[in-house]
Design a protein around this ligand. Structure first.
Ligand SMILES: Nc1ncnc2c1ncn2[C@@H]1O[C@H](COP(=O)(O)OP(=O)(O)OP(=O)(O)O)[C@@H](O)[C@H]1O
Ligand SMILES: [Mg+2]
Length: 313
């Protein structure tokens, strides 16, 4: 899989929706942004996976690294969260740089979905804060966070089944009043997922599982997010559908969209993300470059087989 990173284009219809006050932490890419670009050496790739050494986003093409001096785009700090008496997140801290792609891995019930829901504002933490674009958004509702550029695709149940595919897609752009902008975004989404073009008048509930996932991602893209959070990215999807969705996410990444993706496949995480978090029993047990996962066979085993990690070194 090839990830091609390029500086953010200024495509009008995809310009990130920024309805918070101006971001004090965001600086436009410097004129010499090229100096931060690296070109990987094929000979330095991992012989089995094609991945390069830790700390870099590796590709055979030019890549752009996140600016180390820039504040994180999304940061969850010391999050504790409970469903009633059941605490499921314990002091979870996660930090995501603008323009980066992050994989969130973990055993079943580790708290990955709960963490995404807290970040997106669908759940309120008992302790800790969520920062977005350098501001504390912990008290903002999910709809306010969505309007300011944060979009969550929830696994499996992301459709309004009785509405048409077209209406589902349009709903993704609900805060936008400009019909021309909505039409341009729709055109973009249909170019990314041409399979949906022939299904526009069909009730969403009659789509195949793979098509529903495409539609869910497409609808999220209609919001023109700065950060896209995707839960259960590949669960239950045929490899060909998965490839299609990955191709779109890679294009989003190339446009500068930040991705936080819950993923069960370490291979997909390695291909899509530069950084990985591994969660177990409501805590972060590993955080580092995705290629370093290969140095932790116990994590790879646990993600794959769903058992507990006994030792981490
Ligand atoms: N609405 C809810 N009410 C009560 N407990 C819940 C609720 N949703 C999740 N939980 C519990 O919270 C814990 C974390 O669940 P969560 O869905 O966040 O895990 P996960 O890492 O996403 O798991 P999976 O990989 O299976 O999707 C689990 O023990 C789960 O049973
Ligand atoms: Mg989950």
């Amino acid at each position: 899989m090839r990830l091609i990173r390029s500086p953010r284009p200024a495509a009008r219809s995809w310009a990130p929706a920024d309805r918070l006050p101006p971001d004090p932490t965001h600086r436009p890419p410097p004129a010499n942004a090229g100096s931060r670009r690296l070109r990987s050496a094929t000979s330095e790739r991992h012989p089995a996976t094609g991945a390069g050494p830790p700390g870099r986003a590796w590709t055979s093409e030019t890549v752009v690294l996140p600016d180390a001096n820039e504040a994180p785009l999304v940061e969850a700090r010391d999050i504790s969260f409970s469903y009633g008496p059941l605490q499921v997140l314990f002091d979870v801290t996660l930090s995501v740089a603008r323009g980066s792609q992050v994989a969130l891995l973990g055993t079943n019930g580790a708290g990955k979905s709960s963490l995404l829901r807290v970040i997106a504002g669908l759940q309120s933490p008992q302790r800790g804060t969520v920062q977005f674009k350098g501001r504390d958004v912990t008290k903002l509702r999910a709809s306010q966070r969505a309007r300011s550029g944060m979009t969550l695709v929830e696994g499996g149940r992301a459709t309004f089944p009785s509405l048409t595919v077209l209406d589902n897609l349009k709903m993704g752009a609900y805060p936008v009043n400009d019909a021309a902008v909505v039409a341009a975004r729709l055109e973009d989404v249909l170019a990314l997922f041409p399979q949906l073009s022939t299904r526009l008048q069909q009730a969403a509930g009659t789509l195949s599982g793979g098509e529903q996932q495409m539609m869910a991602v497409g609808r999220a893209l209609m919001a023109s997010p700065e950060v896209l959070l995707v839960d259960e990215l590949s669960l239950g999807l045929a490899p060909i559908v998965m490839q299609e969705i990955l191709r779109v996410l890679e294009q989003m990444a190339a446009r500068g969209v930040t991705l936080i993706v819950v993923e069960q496949s370490v291979n997909i995480a390695l291909g899509l993300a530069q950084h990985a978090y591994f969660m177990e029993k409501g805590e972060i047990r590993f955080s580092g470059p995705t290629v370093e996962l290969l140095q932790h066979p116990e994590i790879v085993h646990s993600v794959f087989f769903g058992d507990e990690v006994v030792t981490t070194s």
